[in-house]
Design a protein around this ligand. Structure first.
Ligand code: Z5A
Length: 244
């Protein structure tokens, strides 16, 4: 088990934290969904009780917030409202999804968590990071991930991948190139400076990125992730079949 000091406060509503909380972060198109799917395949093939989730989402409240914030492009949502809605979704996500999984000893792999708020609402929208951290701690009860894997990709490359995949811009992505560049730079800073984060080059092909992620996980968690219990070699998988 990690002793990185990133685990934060006790679980909401008590209980022992027996599992691991791993988060994959990065700009849109960085490959989070793809990489989370491959990690889940790899973990489950080793017999690790792994589950996946995404933010915003994962609960009825979270999915409702997701719809308002991402799909309702006609709404004029100010930065403060955007922040508080994200955190409202996070409070439910931690209480109803993350904490039970950690109590049950599962390895939770989440597509986005609090670095998204620091990157988009902090570095991107310009809200003060120190205030965001205080409000985020209130929403999470102080619970932090064991490890955050930040996929590092210039925002333009991520958008190009999304266009290639036929994905339309959501309300937040539509904020413009400068905004997305600030978000990407923010992620780079967080990935480099936060002690419980690792920055991973997301420009190579999918299998190369996956191999890098697996090596980091084996290095960090040799016990629960079973170093020697399975190869880190990427096996064939269809990442889209395991979407949330
Ligand atoms: N948001 C926020 O503002 N504040 C918060 O606190 C939180 C979120 C939690 C959620 O979007 C939005 O909410 C997001 C931030 C905001 N809005 N923006 N911007 P989301 O997470 O649902 O979606 P996304 O991140 O914007 O996009 P995505 O589709 O999930 O991207 P991805 O998961 O990183 O990439 P992918 O789907 O795995 O791959 C995209 C395409 O690239 C696909 O065709 C892949 O086959 C291809 N791909 C993947 N990897 C590679 C490599 N290595 N090489 C080449 N091509 C690749």
């Amino acid at each position: 088990m990690s002793d990185s000091g990133a685990r934060g406060a006790p679980l909401p509503e008590g209980g022992e934290r027996r599992g691991l909380f791993i988060v994959v972060e990065g700009v849109e198109g960085a490959g989070k969904t793809t990489q989370v799917s491959l990690l889940l395949d790899w973990l489950r093939a080793q017999g690790v009780p792994a589950v996946r989730a995404r933010e915003p989402g994962g609960t009825p409240v979270g999915e409702a917030v997701r719809e308002v914030l991402l799909e309702r492009r006609e709404l004029d949502v100010g930065p403060e409202s955007e922040l508080l809605l994200m955190l409202a979704a996070r409070a439910a996500f931690v209480r109803d999804v993350v904490a039970p999984a950690l109590r049950e000893g599962r390895v939770m792999v989440s597509d986005r968590f609090d670095f998204s708020t620091f990157a988009y609402q902090g570095y991107g929208r310009g809200l003060p990071l120190d205030r965001i951290r205080v409000l985020n701690d209130f929403a999470t009860g102080g619970l932090r991930p064991d490890l955050v894997l930040v996929l590092d990709l210039p925002a333009g490359q991520g958008r190009a991948r999304q266009i290639g995949a036929g994905k339309e811009e959501d309300r937040i992505e539509a904020a413009g190139v400068d905004f997305l560049d600030r978000v990407a730079a923010g992620y780079r800073t967080l990935g480099a400076e936060e002690p419980h984060a690792r920055l991973v080059d997301a420009t190579p092909e999918v299998e190369v990125v996956q191999e890098a992620l697996r090596r980091i996980l084996v290095d960090h968690f040799p016990e629960p992730l079973g170093a020697g219990r399975g190869s880190t070699t990427t096996e064939p998988s269809n990442p889209r079949t395991d979407a949330p």
